[in-house]
Design a protein around this ligand. Structure first.
Ligand code: UD1
Ligand code: UDP
Length: 370
């Protein structure tokens, strides 16, 4: 029997982190599956950090990233360049991940070539097409053209059943981010290079990059951080700044050189995991960090008004605070001063997976009829 040829396409840091354990698992099953990896390189430096850590050498690298790129050119570059790869590889199935422009346009590209698509991390929804923008529509669109759905939780399965015309081939697998996290925490105990933290202070870890926070919201977040460090002498803030110029510009303008605020470059994943483990509180608008931090037992304040990841909010370990300065300050200060509140939010919970998602997905891939 000939092998099932799986073409995995991804382009950004979070897709790479979440696809890496799956690529490794496909490679382990080389008796029945053939793995071909294509990176669009929608991200460059922060994608390469992940490829290096997980020792993935892509078969195709489309190298599309441009400085301060826009959605139109990004979409057309992914669509046109993946067409050539799909035509050359002739895969039995294409895998995409999540909700980026790479995922959406690569799924469309495979659909146009009439190749079945598997969507890893399918079924997440806020039901608001502008929050997050453009990710909510990227997910809806990707789910519409897919054949196989690898949904992380019961809620994501229910969303798919309610929204798809033919709700078939929906598999609850858990999220591969937990596979990546557990593997990394176990195998790479890396310290953060060039960062000295004061052991007498509590560390607040901050990340932010969402398009809907560009402009005034990100400035509000920075102002909240400034006021927090001024009012609370026992904290320091570490902020690995996303390379997007729309983030870097206001963040460096408002926070660079301030006492007890460390602006650092994006961290290699293993170092970022160490930092999450050290942190007292995490503030983020990232999707992946919302999924990882609860399993490390860290309270998470989400710098957004909505989330497609409501599970940890239901458990009480994640709180939505938006980009609202007063709300950010009062929620952090409550956690700093109220032990019972901190204990409640720092319970370790794992609604997003058990580390076996990639294995479950591979079992489905092995059953695909050629
Ligand atoms: C993208 C995704 C978003 C995802 C995020 C993860 C889309 C539309 N957005 O947003 O869903 O949550 O990645 O981080 O798919 N840059 C670099 N080096 C890098 C990466 C980015 O310099 O390694 C800069 C470039 O100037 C680039 C810009 O950041 O043009 C924006 O990158 P882009 O992928 O368009 O948007 P993100 O905000 O990173
Ligand atoms: N991350 C990292 N280094 C950093 C910041 C984040 O490796 O400096 C990891 C983080 O642990 C998570 C992923 O990158 O797995 C999240 O990526 P990002 O926030 O860029 O995207 P999102 O998850 O919001 O799509």
């Amino acid at each position: 029997m000939s092998k099932v040829k799986v073409l995995t396409i991804f382009g950004t840091r979070p897709e790479a982190i979440k696809m890496a354990p799956l690529v490794k698992e496909i490679e382990k099953n080389s008796d029945t599956l053939e793995s071909v990896v294509c990176v669009t390189a929608q991200h460059r430096q922060i994608l390469d950090q992940v490829l290096e850590l997980f020792e993935i050498k892509p078969d195709y690298d489309l190298d599309i990233m441009k400085d301060n790129q826009n959605l139109w050119s990004l979409t057309s570059d992914v669509l046109l360049k993946t067409k050539e790869v799909i035509e050359e590889v002739k895969p039995d199935v294409v895998l995409v991940h999540g909700d980026t422009t790479t995922s959406m346009a690569a799924a469309l590209s495979a659909f146009y070539a009439k190749v079945p698509v598997g969507h890893v991390e399918a079924g997440l929804r806020t039901f608001d097409k502008y929050y997050p923008f453009p990710e909510e529509i990227n997910r809806v669109f990707t789910d519409a053209v897919c054949t196989y759905y690898f949904a992380p939780t019961d809620k994501s399965c229910d969303n798919l059943k309610a929204s798809l015309a033919n709700p078939e081939n929906i598999y609850k697998t858990g999220n591969t981010v937990i596979d990546a996290l557990l593997y990394t925490v176990e195998n790479h105990k890396e310290e953060v290079e060039g960062l000295t933290l004061n052991p007498n202070l509590k560390t607040i870890l901050l990340t932010s990059h969402r398009r809907e926070n560009f402009g005034e919201p990100i400035r509000e977040i920075c102002k909240a951080v400034l006021e927090l460090v001024e009012r609370n002498q026992d904290i320091e803030v570490v902020y690995p700044v996303h390379p997007n110029p729309n983030v870097r510009q206001p963040v460096y303008e408002l926070l660079d050189g301030k006492e007890r605020i460390h602006l650092i470059k994006p961290l290699e994943y293993a170092q970022f995991c160490s930092l999450m483990k050290k942190a007292h509180i995490i503030m983020t608008d990232s999707g992946g960090v919302q999924e990882e931090a609860p399993s490390l037992g860290k309270p998470v304040l989400v710098l957004r008004d909505t989330t497609e990841r409501p599970e940890a909010v239901d458990y009480g370990t994640v709180k939505l605070v938006g980009a609202n300065k007063e709300k950010i300050i009062s929620t952090v200060e409550k956690l700093l001063s109220d032990e019972a509140e901190y204990k409640k939010m720092s319970e370790s919970v794992n609604p997003y997976g058990d580390g076996l998602a990639s294995k479950r997905i591979v079992e489905v891939l092995k059953s695909i009829k050629k």
